[in-house]
Ligand binder design. Structure first.
Ligand SMILES: [Zn+2]
Length: 154
């Protein structure tokens, strides 16, 4: 699993008045066409108020619980998929049933460390894909995601 910095409950709450504290994520949700419910706002703050990162639903749920945000794992899953559908996140499926949600939605690829289960960004410019097969008729390539799987030397 990825390493998690323990969130500091309430750390950012006291710095700004309530309305301003939510402003950036509020605008982000609205401009993505998502109704800014209390739970979505709280989860969006956990996701986007830090540097770009890769987070699993379980990890985000643990952060929410630690920050005293009353939200179920199912709601976290639903919100992550809604954020992804709205273009705020990218889902990176590393194995069947194992996904990370990437707050960096720019074009890039990933190293996947199989031993630690963590993702590391590869800049889009660092990797080129040549000789793509012709897409089936009636389709066009929308995006190419490359996951380079790594393991430690024996
Ligand atoms: Zn990434």
């Amino acid at each position: 699993m990825l390493e998690v910095n323990p969130p500091v409950p309430g750390a950012q709450v006291k710095r700004m008045p309530r309305a301003r504290q939510f402003a950036p994520v509020l605008e982000r949700l609205r401009s993505a066409g998502l109704r800014p419910t209390r739970q979505r706002l709280a989860l969006a703050r956990l996701l986007f108020d830090k540097a770009a990162r890769h987070v699993s639903a379980e990890q985000l749920h643990a952060e929410a619980v630690a920050a005293s945000i009353p939200v179920s794992l199912a709601t976290v899953y639903n919100s992550l998929h809604q954020f992804t559908a709205a273009g705020l996140l990218r889902e990176v499926v590393v194995e069947a049933g194992r996904s990370y949600f990437d707050t960096n939605t720019s074009e890039h690829h990933h190293f996947y460390h199989e031993d630690s289960g963590s993702l590391q960004d590869i800049a889009g410019s660092e990797l080129g894909v040549s000789e793509l097969p012709t897409p089936p008729s009636g389709t066009t390539v929308s995006r190419i995601d490359v996951i380079v799987r790594l393991r430690k030397y024996e």
